[in-house]
Design a protein around this ligand. Structure first.
Ligand code: C5P
Length: 233
């Protein structure tokens, strides 16, 4: 399961997500559900999207004591999500507990990713407020290595960080990358953007694309364009 486009379904209600996804007649896109939608609709939104045949990245970014994260991950695993995540800053003990919690009786589990440093955090904020010494890049790499050593499958990062993550953690360690825009479209609030084709060249394994698809005049065509550029024909 490599190289795919994940649509960030950042809608305020389940009804709006279903209306949006009803436009897709041929494809069953991989979708990302974030905090807003999950907190509004609860686990039923996951069950409904699974029933409709979508793969799901549940983006809840867990961060708590190991035992709490382990038990929460057990619940998410029983919902049969395909991919979920946590903050690497929660420590290797928390990440290992998360892997244990996610692993089902038959040994299978959803893909587990770590958020290293949020892209909203600048190096200055990291140093002054989070009190972490060193460069942002070195911190991202240290967190990615810690995630790999804890048994995780990859990280959420900028496409520009994909090469250094793969260099440090190996080609099989997944990079799932937001911040993607078509060459001709608006950036929105993303500071550094990459086209799907450039993300492919940089070695991203999955791209997470929201508004360029959800707000397109023709979302199905925008999704197909993204797939063609990123995955190839
Ligand atoms: O609409 P857009 O393509 O910017 O959506 C990107 C998605 O990826 C959003 O759901 C956003 O929350 C998420 N994301 C991000 N940058 C990160 C982590 C997650 O844009 N560093």
């Amino acid at each position: 399961m490599r190289k795919d486009v994940i649509i960030a379904c950042d809608f305020p209600s389940g009804r709006e997500v279903m209306t949006f996804l009803d436009r897709f007649e041929q494809e069953k896109p991989f979708v990302k559900i974030g905090m807003e939608l999950y907190y509004a609709e609860g686990p039923d939104i996951v069950r409904e999207l699974k029933r409709r045949g979508h793969r799901i990245f549940l983006d809840l970014k867990l961060h708590d004591i190991p035992n709490t994260v382990k038990r929460a991950m057990q619940v998410l695993s029983s919902l049969n999500v395909d991919m979920t995540n946590l903050h690497a800053a929660g420590s290797s003990a928390m990440m290992q507990a998360a892997v244990e919690g996610l692993t089902r009786a038959d040994g299978t589990r959803p893909v587990l990713l770590a958020v290293t440093m949020l892209t909203s955090i600048s190096e200055d904020t990291m140093k002054k407020e989070l009190r972490i010494d060193g460069t942002l890049s070195n911190t991202v790499i240290a967190y990615a290595k810690s995630a790999m050593a804890s048994g995780l499958d990859g990280v959420v990062c900028s496409p520009h960080e994909s090469p250094m993550v793969h260099e440090s953690c190996g080609a099989d360690f997944l990079t799932v990358t937001p911040g993607v825009r078509f060459a001709e479209s608006a950036r929105g609030d993303q500071a550094r953007v990459t086209t799907p084709a450039e993300a492919r060249r940089l070695g991203s394994d999955y791209i997470v694309v929201g508004r360029p698809i959800t707000r397109a005049d023709n979302p199905v065509r925008a999704y197909q364009k993204c797939m063609n550029e990123f995955v190839g024909g």
